[in-house]
Design a protein around this ligand. Sequence first.
Ligand code: CA
Length: 471
Amino acid sequence: MRIISGRGIADSVGQFCVAAIGAALAIVLWLGCGKVGAAGETKPNIIILFADDLGYGDLGCYGHPTIHTPNLDRMAAEGMKFTQFYSAASVCTPSRAALLTGRLPIRSGMCSDRRRVLFPDSAGGLPDDEITIAEALHRQGYATACIGKWHLGHLPQYLPRRHGFDYYFGLPYSNDMQNQRRGDPPLPLLRNEEIIEQPAVQQTLTRRYTEEAVAFIRRSKDQPFFLYLPYTFPHVPLYASEAFQGRSRRGLYGDVVEELDASVGTILEVIRREGLAERTLVFFTSDNGPWLTQRLDGGSAGLLRDGKGCTFEGGMRVPAIAWWPGTIAPGRTCHDLACTMDLFPTSLGLAGAELPQDRPIDGVDMMPLFRGESGLRRVMFYYRGTRLMAVRVGPFKAHFYTQPAYGPGSDTPVPHDPPLLYQLEHDPSEQFDVAQKHPDVLAEIASIVEEHRRTLVPGMPQLDAVIQSTK
Ligand SMILES: [Ca+2]
């Protein structure tokens, strides 16, 4: 996503001022001990809780009738809930690359039209020259940990500790990747680079991720820390620990989501008890929409169309909650567009780190939204692999291609010329094409696409290369 701006000169001046202030701040920080910001205040901790395949309609505070999520509902009541928040892709690997780098996956090469995600026989991963949130924050004196599902390359040179994390505990890829015909090994559970359990005991994962997260918070509380917690669930196969099995009114899927909710509750409670609440930003969201073909084992996109794997809203619009007592006023709902790539500039800004100047960053700092400001008109690019499928500008979304996630017609993209145009704020379910009524909007979107294509430099593809054997 990018900001549209008609204020070129003002922006240049603004950017210069921001750069100058950033440089001054960098000197002050360099003179300091690395823990304390220019104003003498401790830098805020940042926690990103990232569910896997959780749909827009799967939480109580997003309208689910029977999944009980009191902790996430409370987090939203004490913080800010987003209604138009996006992941940057409709499947795992590109979505995660985008969150950690603040960049469209096509820029890092972390998307493909052949293999849509990394597999246990993949040879690639997140390139070394990409800058992750963890790397940038580590340089600012943060303790950093990744606890959960990585899925940005399982070979040693791609694991989290090569990308700015001090500590790693979790699965290197998805929990369904145990295809013996493909030669997949039993599902490994890693601590740093060492396999500590194989196959991983999946019923225990949410509980152990929570325990690991709590331990990391407690041992890091005297310095600023960054915790990235990409949960393994509710991606299939579903597993809940014994305490949650049969507990929800929504079957096993509900049990699994309720256990995630309890995990979030535990983490927030530890933050409160340790006295960290007013200097910790906690952000909860999902890596893509629900996997609808899993039927009862998949989630719900609520009123949004389709789900995981496609560029209709259900594939990429996800629940999102920001919590930071004392900074984010309670009970707010944000209807502005925002996306996972925004977490990169937001986190760097909070840590006093400068944004990289040598590459395009697609995210935008969310602090104005957290403060309750509103009104930026933004652009959202919807990619499927390397193909630009749709573009959203303000409330309007033009589909140049559509392709249902699964089922009839899912093998080939269907082109639309003129594009299908939906007014998403009137029509969140993408039912009614209004292209004929808005030629001006289509013309504006066409010029944005032209500029985007003209300036885009795709990264070296990372997802297609296969290693000979994982045995
Ligand atoms: Ca996913």
